[in-house]
Design a protein around this ligand. Structure first.
Ligand SMILES: N[C@@H](CCC(=O)N[C@@H](CS)C(=O)NCC(=O)O)C(=O)O
Length: 219
């Protein structure tokens, strides 16, 4: 396991579909890193020390101390992308052309904006965390309809593809898979191509290590 107490890369945050993204990227790249396995809504994101790192008081957060100055970054996609652009190699690299970069962006943004932020996290807030954010069965039902609609788009796209991108495993697979496993956990319908894709992605050694390290318990 590449967790090392002296590694210059430190991650904050575990237990969620968002926190596993940078961990998965680091595992794909074989990076050494430290993990401070703090959870959401435990009070651990509210300390002065953590708030100084991430004023949003959310997880994940990363600090890379390999340079002259500590580099602090929040948000799961930018953290994973930074790791790939700074430490990427043949195992996981940045797209080689503006068109490839744009297509990867398209799928990363689609997964995070439409599946994660617009629907799955809204279900989380207004069903599982209703005691904090308020109960709203109408909103939850509407989110499930929205997820199912976009899962059909994903199903059509994935037909005949091994990965989201033509050139191989990429950040887009990390972003999409973490939303699809989340949707699956919520009981949404993964059709044949999507289920087979998720099976391929979740069989990867790096995913298996990352989920073990992240100890998923929902988010
Ligand atoms: N867009 C952010 C979402 C971060 C986020 O909402 N994290 C949740 C856990 S999955 C959190 O920290 N929640 C604590 C809170 O809202 O107080 C990302 O992808 O990193």
């Amino acid at each position: 396991m590449p967790i090392s107490e002296s590694a210059p890369i430190e991650f904050w945050g575990a237990f969620t579909s968002r926190t596993v993204r940078p961990i998965w990227a680091a595992e794909e790249l074989g990076l050494d890193y430290q993990l401070h396995a703090i959870g959401p809504r435990t009070g651990e994101t509210l300390t002065d020390e953590y708030t100084a790192l991430n004023p949003k008081q959310k997880i994940p957060c990363m600090v890379d101390r390999s340079g002259d100055d500590a580099f602090v970054l929040t948000e799961s996609l930018p953290i994973a992308r930074y790791l790939v652009s700074r430490y990427g190699d043949a195992r996981l690299s940045t797209p080689s052309s503006p068109i490839d970069q744009a297509k990867e962006d398209e799928w990363c943004c689609y997964a995070l904006a439409e599946l994660d932020a617009t629907s799955l996290y809204i279900v989380r807030r207004h069903r599982d965390l209703a005691h904090i954010y308020g109960e709203s069965p109408v909103v939850v039902d509407s989110c499930f309809e929205y997820v199912e609609r976009h899962l059909k788009v994903v199903e059509r796209y994935l037909g005949g593809r091994e990965f989201v991108m033509d050139w191989g495993f990429s950040l887009a697979d990390i972003m999409l898979t973490t939303c699809l496993t989340w949707a699956d956990n919520y009981g949404a319908t993964l059709q044949a191509q999507t289920a087979a894709y998720v099976e391929r992605m979740t069989s990867r050694d790096a995913f298996i290590s990352a989920t073990r390290i992240n100890q998923p318990k929902g988010n």
